[in-house]
Write a protein that binds this ligand. Sequence first.
Ligand code: DLZ
Ligand code: SF4
Length: 518
Amino acid sequence: MRSLRLVLGDQLHPRLATLTDLDPKIDTVLMVEVWEEATYVRHHKQKLVLVLSAMRHFAAELRARGVAVDYVALEDPGNTGSFTGEVARAIARHRPDRIVVTEPGEWRVEAMMRGWEERFGRPVEIRDDTRFLCPRPVFARWAEGRGTLRMETFYRAMRRRTGFLMEGREPAGGRWNFDHDNRRRLPPGHAVPERRRFPPDAVTREVMVLVARRFADHFGDLDGFAWPVTRSEALAALRHFLDDCLAGFGDYQDAMRAGTPFLYHGLIAPALNLGLLDAEEICRAAEERWREGTAPLNAVEGFIRQILGWREYVRGLYWTRMPDYPETNALNATRALPWFYWSGETAMACLAECVRDTKAHAHAHHIQRLMVLGNFALLAGLAPRQVEEWFLVVYADAYEWVELPNVHGMALWADGGLLGSKPYAASGAYIDRMSDYCRACAYDVKAKTGDTACPFNYLYWNFLSANEDRLRGNPRLAMPYRTLDTMAPSRRKAIVAEAARFLDALEMSQGHPDGERA
Ligand code: DLZ
Ligand code: SF4
């Protein structure tokens, strides 16, 4: 039986389910660069380069292994610009008996694929994505009948299921979670490891020219592109992380420092989410470092939890809740995304720094995303759909299955607590504790009201006040509500007025440094 095997741009794994039983004598692999995928959101320029360059390299590697690859480039004459259109053309070229694909990372694309059998009059086999450690039906069974879903419960089940960091039935070190050890601020003058860069080769440079020409108006700098685009580069990036960064990752995973965007972070999510690495090999490699004594357990457990726990959990949740998941807006947030999310032009130094990093690298680490950019969006009541689209656009590792639950559920609490037990709201004190951003800021992080007061301060109390009906009963917010209750009514009124003034100015896009358009 002759198969046409479609490999998507984020499925570039040598043992992808689509390829396992490939017969090089009769089968063809189809890879297509399509306008629809490049523009359904206006991806950061570096994300476009990463996906297209990695696709081209992967096709070359398959060909070197003797596989027939039919590769349609973005500007090839006749390119219809969509997956469906390109599969139709490829069927006419190859006359396959069936089409083989692996489940995609987006509900939108899977819905498209489900229509192909009828449309093309051939069997379409959609295979499980074995790059993930928790198959979709296993997650669905785990979630079924549970009133609330909690990552920690799922993570423990996954530790037991896979045996990572287990000693018999018990967690290694006697604890499941070492998060308490992982909240250190970076000491002044602390030198962080120099990070390995992967300068563009000829293939990547060609894609950079294409992106500069065809996507000039997309967000992001192109010049600093240094992401791994092949499996061997991705493995080198992983080794560099394990050798030079993992040991310090745990302690400083929540720290932020101006001018130092990467710290001890993995920087492997773009490669992992493309398929250049897989979750199992990463967890195995990290665990090995602990077993051989070169990385402490708090670092290794924290790292493995991100991949085995959090990443698998958000994917499971995405697939069990789509397509309705993004429709909720539990806190009725409707404010438009301020322009400074694109320009970085705001007097709030923390936000400016995080947008600058994002623009320069298509990257910001999880605390920058959650506790600065996401926190502001939560406190300012920005419309979830706009914030979600921004996060999907700007990060090199962002695909909807991972971005949507992280933003809609975790950062914005728009799902009303399905994914996370409380909104991750914080005042300026948190940002000041975990970073050095406040030192260079026009605002005063210690001031609670007044012209120079840090906006995060009054926005935080205003948020709790405005959403009291919805949030007061949450046991994890009992403490801040107790503090709010002890506030003199006049003080509370001043905070609400200050927040209203700030948010009005933001909305009007005038009259306030943070509202001005670039
Ligand atoms: C993100 C992306 C981009 C920019 N371009 C392509 C492309 O031209 N061809 C392709 O196969 N995939 C691309 N992708 C990745 C897809 O958008 C991704 O496979 C779906 O969103 C499902 O996760
Ligand atoms: Fe951000 Fe407030 Fe600190 Fe300025 S003072 S950097 S706005 S937290």
